[in-house]
Each structure stands twice: as C-alpha cells, then as structure tokens.
Ligand binder design. Sequence first.
Ligand code: ADP
Length: 475
Amino acid sequence: SDSLGSLGKSRAKFISASETTGVTFDDFAGQEYIKKELQEIVKILKNQEEYQDKGIVCPKGVLLHGPPGTGKTLLAKAIAGEAGLPFFAANGTDFVEMFMGVAASRVKDLFSTARSFAPSIIFIDEIDAIGSKRGGPDIGGGGAEREQGLLQILNEMDGFKESTSQVLVIGATNRLDILDPALIRKGRFDKVIRVGRPSRVGRLAILKVHAKNKFFRSEEEKQVLLEEIAVLAVDFTGAELQNILNEAGILTARKDQDFITREELLESLNRQRGTFKTGQEDSSDVPQDLKIRLAYRESAIAVLACFYPESNRSFLETDIFSVSSKPNIKYAKTSAEAFLKKSDYINAIVRACAPRVIEEEMFGLENVTWVSAKSSIEALDCAERLILQTGMTALGKAFYRKYSDVVPNLAEKLGVLCAAYLAFAKEKCKAILREYRPAVEMITEVLLEKGAIKAEQIWEIYKKAPRIPQQAVNE
Ligand code: ADP
C-alpha cells in the first residue's frame, strides 16, 4: 500500500500541508460492520467539543490488522477523507531501515508535525516493523533502534492526554501476534479491528466498486459475471479482486474489444491464482521468444550484480522458470542493516536499469516489453528514495513527502532531478553491459539450456569472459 513517504524534519516544510485524502467509506466495500464502527469515530472527530461536553472522548489509536491487500490503508484514508482531516502517513520500516539513531527522532517529527495540524490523522503502516515485542527475537537486526522508536510512539500517545485537539493514530499490521502488547493497552491503540478476507457477498460488493469505470455489454451481463467471479474467487483479498478487473480490462483492450466478457474475467482470475506462474516442469509452455527475453534479463541483472556487489546481501542463483515482470534472481538473507552511501543508491539505480537496457540493446528501442517493466519502476523508485529521503542530493537535506506540494515546485524539481539520475544510470548501465556483452551472452546461453544458473558459475563467467572496451561514462 502506498504511503505519503517520510515527513519533513521541520514543520516549516508542512505549512501548507492541509490536504486530505479524498477517499470515502464508499470506496471500501464488504465488511459493513467495520465501516459502522469507524463512522462512529469520524463523528466524534468532527464534533469533538460537543462530545467532550458529554464526556465522550475519541479513541487515541485504532489498530487495523489483517492480511495484506484487505483495505487497511484504504480505511485509514477513508477516515481522514470522511472527517476532512490532514493525513500523515509513514511506514514502520521507514523508521528503522535507513539510518541508525534516528528512529525515535523520526517518530517525534511525525507526531509533532501532525500535532501542529491537529485535528489530524497519523497512519503508520506495517507498525510491527517498529512495534514488535521487546526482548523477542531480533528479526533483521536493529533491535535497540526499534525499541527506542517504539518507546517514543508510546510516549507520544500517552502525551496526548492533556491536549484538546485530537490526533488520531491509525496503525496497520498483518502480524498482530508479534506486536508489543504495550501498544494495545488502554489509552493507546484501544480500538483493535480485524480486517479480514471478504465473504462471497463482500467480494461481489468489492468487484462492483472496481467495475464502476469498466465497460460491459449490459448491466445485466455485468451483474451475472461479477456474481460468478465472486463465487469463484474464494479467499481473494480486495486488492486481488481489483486486479482481476484491471487485468480483464487490459486483456480486453489488447483484443481491441469494447466490452469485458466472461473470457477475460476468467483468464485474469486464473492468472491471479498464480497459474500464470510456470513451474520448472511446464516451462516448455513458455514461448521461446519470451524465454529468450527472460534469459537476457536475468543474465544482465546477474552481470550488474557482479559489477556492483551489494554490501549487505549476495545473490545465490537465478532462473527463467517463473514468468513475470519481476526478476527471478535470488539473494542470500540480509546479514546486517545496510549503512548506505550515495554511491550505493546510484549503483542500485544502475542495476535496476539492466533489464530495460538489455531489452533495448537486443530487441530495439521500440520493442521493449513488460519483461523489463518492474525493474524500470524500481529504478525510478530508487532515484526518488535517494532524492526525497536521504538528503544526499542537490534537492536538500530534509525528508520530503512524496509528490507533496508543500515544498514549492517539489514535483517538478523531483522530476528533473530524477530524470537526470536515471539518464546517467542508464548510460552507465549500457556501457557496462556492452563491455560485458560476451559474459551476458554466455550466461544467457546457460539459462536457455539449463533453465537456471548458480552464483558460482555466474562469477566464473563474469571473471573469465572477454570484455569489450568502452568509452568511460562521466561520473
Ligand atoms: P492493505 O493496507 O490492507 O494492505 P490496501 O488498502 O493497500 O490494503 O488495499 C489495496 C487496494 O485494494 C485498495 O486501494 C483498494 O483499491 C483495493 N481494496 C482492498 N480492499 C478493498 C475493499 N474492501 N473494498 C474496495 N477496495 C478494496
């Protein structure tokens, strides 16, 4: 689920941050009782003084838990949208991922910013990343760091007591089991709501929400088809149901057809189920030209992984068994939290360019496909992270909110800077892949022949294959 990104270090950056989400409870379908409960809270938020006089206070925190894609983020946004309040979103992992010693101060920043816009909403997605049980197993390291961050959250929530204008904190997690019990003690997240997978009736309602902007032959046919999908899509989440309709729309457009029919719906339902992902046994079903593209993609990624090794993980192997826009390369578990330098970010952008660059090199600029799509998005994300969150670029040193308009022309400046980093990374990547083209070809050959290749053999080819000298790309 998307978040507005990290918040600024100084309030000045948020002076005009009065936006709300525009999401309403109508956008969330199924599980009506959840909406009823949350509507109560919205009512109190909107009429705080009136309720205070009656001795009714708004809960300080609402914890939404349930599997990913069930609409927790959507609900949080709907609360803000319905109450018309500013929405400050963060992800639990934002607090612990990048730097040491800043978890607590980031929490502080988040709360003080939200408080200066009170009444307002704070949303912390994946709150388990920072709020897991203290003294428990230290998954992923950074235990002390997390503990400081968690204590700060508890402090901030306890500190709300005296304040008159409310900041409602909404947390989301799919790991209620590992959450520190202190978080759900009274006066903190005292409302805990489970958001589950929808029932058949719920699935139909969700499908209807997401079918609103889609074309069917008739209203009657639409109703019949959605009912059928609702029956078949047992255990699907809201996000997965939405995907069925989106994908059906894409398939329809690809066929130059005006209406979504049963055929596209069933095909995308099956794809969602994962039948599209081929296993080793049936990889022969994958057309040869697609296999070749996948092999080049994986090979290019492998060469870049050798050229720019990462400090905190190493690759194990790759294959062409799984057919999706996501690369198949597998890594050994992160050993420690990365202490990332600017060059690490730039190298990551260069690495993420590899699938698109090799596709362009091999098949021509106009003949790129979805095979390299995911990595291209990753390159962009990575450039944005570098610019918005690290303070290591020309744009400055604060933590900006993604695409926010609180910094004058931020989107424009971000766009220009992003484009510059991406253009550089692409050129660099092209030069590397041209220099190592023989290695790329050799690894591709192994992949096409065997289906998979291990790190050891990749390294051997990388080191031994001839290289084609290139002109240097200016750093
Ligand atoms: P979570 O935060 O639980 O992982 P999200 O709120 O990010 O899930 O859900 C992703 C998207 O899936 C939503 O933006 C929405 O489009 C769709 N979705 C999920 N659940 C529902 C629902 N109950 N009703 C309508 N749309 C839903």
